[in-house]
Write a protein that binds this ligand. Structure first.
Ligand code: NAI
Length: 257
């Protein structure tokens, strides 16, 4: 079976495209022939990703977009359809890590709201406005939402991130049921520790910090953004045509211990 998207003329919307997993995924969707809309709150990194795609001969559009703002999401999607004509795929991947760990009773309420707002409500808002556009052309499509190993297991000292990422999986399953009959497949991915700027912040960018994280990985290393991007692209391809509401874990074995 051919796992390539090979859908020239198809359009992918990628959030968090300015950095890490989102940037690499935007490039991967473009290499499969999709036109890619790079959406991120960080305009500079986002423009850079679009430029990288264009340098490889792909088609890209960078649009500044905060996934917690309905008007930003609608404007970005409207622009995507205006420029590329339609929407087929979405990779709802924008997310933030907690600023610091604290047990639940001591957890800062503002930090809780910030993490739930971006990591969970942002995914809902994106799907809310993406789905009608995918339905519009009647040919179906696919959405992939970024959860985490923290969507599978509890993370001590990280109630908000854990709740948000568990929530992404629940939301993915509910939405998948809502639209399976209309041929929009909605799945989630759950990365383990992946070497990205987020992970650099998490480990403090030190050899000791990285070693601590790697010690939790049975595979003995961090994953690469390419390994996560490949899964997102595959979930959008015809090879995954019967994958509906699945939470795909790509974590070097971390959560099966
Ligand atoms: P990153 O920090 O390198 O990239 C995240 C991107 O999201 C950034 O470009 C940032 O500007 C953007 N972003 C943040 N808030 C936003 C908002 N309100 N609106 C639009 N864009 C916003 O992080 P990374 O590692 O690439 O993470 C991507 C996703 O993968 C996140 O959802 C993260 O929670 C998840 N993840 C990452 C893991 C890792 O080990 N790196 C592990 C498991 C999940």
């Amino acid at each position: 079976m051919n796992s390539r998207l090979h859908y020239s003329g198809r359009v992918a919307f990628v959030t968090g495209a300015a950095s890490g997993i989102g940037r690499v995924a935007a490039l991967a969707f473009a290499r499969e022939g999709a036109s890619v809309v790079c959406a991120d709150v960080s305009d500079q990194g986002n423009q850079e990703t679009a430029r990288m795609i264009e340098e490889e001969g792909g088609r890209a559009l960078a649009i500044q977009c905060d996934v917690t703002r309905t008007e930003d999401i609608k404007a970005a999607l409207d622009k995507a359809v205006e420029v590329f004509g339609r929407l087929d795929f979405a990779f709802n991947n924008a997310g933030i890590e907690p600023r610091k760990a604290a047990p639940t009773a001591d957890y800062d309420e503002e930090e809780w709201n910030r993490i739930i707002d971006i990591n969970l409500r942002g995914v809902f808002l994106c799907m809310k406005h993406e789905i009608p556009l995918i339905l519009k052309h009647g040919e179906g499509g696919a959405i992939v939402n970024t959860s985490s190993g923290a969507g599978i297991i509890g993370i001590k000292g990280s109630p908000a991130y854990t709740a948000a990422k568990h929530g992404v999986i629940g939301l993915t399953k509910a939405a998948a049921l809502d639209y399976a009959a209309q041929n929009i497949r909605i799945n989630a991915i759950c990365p383990g520790y992946i070497a990205t700027p987020m992970m650099d912040r998490f480990t403090g960018g030190t050899a000791e910090g990285r070693a601590k994280v790697i010690a939790e990985e049975p595979a003995g290393r961090m994953g690469t953004p390419e390994e996560i991007a490949a899964a997102a692209v595959w979930l959008c391809s015809d090879a995954a045509a019967f994958m509906v509401g699945h939470a795909m874990v790509i974590d070097g074995g971390q959560t099966i211990q």
